[in-house]
Structures are given as structure tokens and as C-alpha cells.
Ligand binder design. Structure first.
Ligand SMILES: [Zn+2]
Ligand SMILES: [Zn+2]
Length: 297
């Protein structure tokens, strides 16, 4: 159920009786380039996530999908020019968010890419030499680097020529654009670092999430350092195999406790969670299937 600006204007007016009706004109938009649901016949559905954000004159790629060839096909079918990007953000190291980097780097090899700082991830961040305890009594040939431990060493990456900037805290990357870093405590993705993109808008934060492995509420908690109110969450909420009672709890918490205005779930949110969020958010549920464009205020 696509959500029109007109319907949104009605809701805003209804929610603010007596307030002067501010014109709702979107400042930007998010286009879904990669996902496994949607009905645009020009596009190939596949598991994974990628989105293009156009906001305040900036063009940002968020994640790069599961397969570089599918990513390339969808990008071309949607007429998206990846040579013109201000920067890219990769949310986390899972294959369904990074594989399209091989296509991105082919068309735009020097683009700045914000990626999670992880000691032995796939983005090649530096590792402190202090990680290695030393034993100077050992013979030289048994010692790492013949005993000359480096202060730090470089972690390997499949994309050594890429211009990665590693992030491990809340970081402003451009006026009004923040990267929020969280770490998963969830079994299965324990210690995985994930980056979300928070955009400051006149209506509150618009937060793009890849998979929300640390939990969407953990991401919202961390985003409070940027701004208190969240206008829209867009992306994967990782409730694909979560039991119904927990889905219901998260759905209600987003609406009632966190007072999130709009939700545009995609990717690993899961079908039962799509249904629960639609029930909870009603007309404030924004459909965000593959090929959809969601306006940002
Ligand atoms: Zn993931
Ligand atoms: Zn994923």
C-alpha cells in the first residue's frame, strides 16, 4: 500500500490541531535498489539490501546487495548513476550487504566508503600490535615478525584499493548526516558491528538500517545522541525468524515507547513482522519494496 504525500499531509494536519499547516514538501527520497520483495517487473528480486539516498543535494549509497550482477542490473534498470555519489555506507560485513561492492568499485573506484571498524572483519581496518603478547625469551624464528612487533598492522580485505573509512562511534559525516555504530550482543552475530545512517530532518530523524542485528531498540538508543525524535525507520529489522510475541512487543515499543512516526520495513524484517507493523502503524506504514521511492521530509 503506497503512501501518498497527500495522505501524509492529512495525518500531519489531524495530529496538530490549531497548528498552522506547514506545507509538506519532501526534501529528498530513498530508492530501494535491492530486496527480495516488490512487483516492479524491470527489477530482479534477491535476498539482500541496498538503497540510494538523495537528500539535501547529497547522493549516498547504503549497502550493496547480495550479488554484484543483480545489483548492476537493478541499478541500471532504475537509471541510477553510481559514478555520482558523495559517499557510500556499508552497514555490516554480511554477504547480502557487501557483494555489490565489486560493481560499485568498478564504476566508482575512488568513492569514500564508510564501513564498520572491526579487528578481523572484511573491510581491512588496522589492528593494534598490542593484541599480540610477546615472549622475548623465544628464539627469533619462533617470534612473530622476528620479534619486531609492529605498532599496528593492516587487516586484509578483498577490496585493497577501496577508500574505506572505518567507523566505531556516532560520527557526523556531513552536515545533518550521522553514522550510528552499534555492536550486536545477539547469539549468532555476537560482536558484529553494524552502522546505521541517521538523517536530521525538520520532522525528526530518518534512520536507515541494514539488518539491525544489534536490535532496532539498541540502534534507537544510540541514535538519541543525534536527536531525540525518530520520524522514520527504513530497512531491515531482523525479525525474520522471531516468535510472534517478541514481534508484537517490538512493534508496540516502536510505536508507543519510541514514538516513531513512520515505518518503512524491508529486507530481513520478515513477513509476520511486516503484518504486525502494518497493523500497528496503519497508514504510517510506508511500503518499501524493491524499486520503491520513499520521500524524506
Ligand atoms: Zn546481516
Ligand atoms: Zn541482511
Amino acid at each position: 500500500m503506497p503512501f501518498t504525500l497527500y495522505a501524509r499531509l492529512l495525518i500531519l494536519l489531524a495530529a496538530a490541531p490549531g497548528a498552522s499547516p506547514a506545507p509538506v514538501s519532501p526534501q529528498g527520497r530513498v530508492t530501494i535498489l535491492y530486496d527480495a520483495f516488490g512487483d516492479d517487473a524491470r527489477l530482479t528480486r534477491d535476498w539482500g539490501f541496498a538503497a540510494l539516498i538523495e537528500y539535501g543535494g547529497k547522493r549516498i549509497l547504503f549497502d550493496a546487495g547480495n550479488d554484484a550482477a543483480v545489483f548492476e542490473r537493478n541499478v541500471k534498470a532504475l537509471g541510477v548513476d553510481l559514478e555520482r555519489l558523495d559517499f557510500a555506507v556499508i552497514s555490516h560485513r554480511h554477504g547480502d550487504h557487501i557483494a555489490g561492492l565489486n560493481y560499485l568499485l568498478k564504476v566508482n573506484p575512488r568513492v569514500r566508503i564508510y564501513a564498520p571498524r572491526e579487528a578481523f572483519g572484511v573491510f581491512g581496518s588496522t589492528i593494534p600490535g598490542t593484541l599480540l603478547r610477546s615472549d622475548s625469551a623465544l628464539s627469533v624464528k619462533m617470534r612473530y615478525f622476528s620479534g619486531a612487533h609492529p605498532e599496528e598492522f593492516q587487516g586484509g580485505t578483498p577490496w585493497p584499493a577501496a577508500d574505506f573509512t572505518w567507523v566505531d562511534s556516532v560520527t557526523q559525516v556531513s552536515p545533518g548526516l550521522f553514522i550510528v555504530s552499534t555492536v550486536s550482543q545477539t547469539p549468532g552475530t555476537l560482536e558484529l558491528r553494524e552502522l546505521s545512517l541517521a538523517i536530521q530532518t525538520p520532522e525528526g530523524l530518518v534512520i536507515l538500517v541494514g539488518c539491525s542485528h544489534p536490535g532496532i531498540e539498541t540502534i534507537l538508543e544510540a541514535s538519541r545522541r543525534v536527536a531525540p525524535h525518530v520520524h522514520l525507520i527504513l530497512g531491515g529489522l531482523h525479525l525474520v525468524s522471531t516468535p510472534d510475541p517478541e514481534i508484537a512487543r517490538v512493534s508496540a515499543a516502536l510505536h508507543d515507547q519510541w514514538k516513531v512516526d513512520f515505518i518503512a520495513p524491508g529486507h530481513c524484517t520478515g513477513e509476520p513482522a511486516f503484518a504486525a507493523l502494518l497493523q500497528t502503524f496503519g497508514s504510517r506504514y510506508l511500503y518499501a519494496g524493491l524499486g520503491t521511492t520513499v520521500p524524506i521530509p
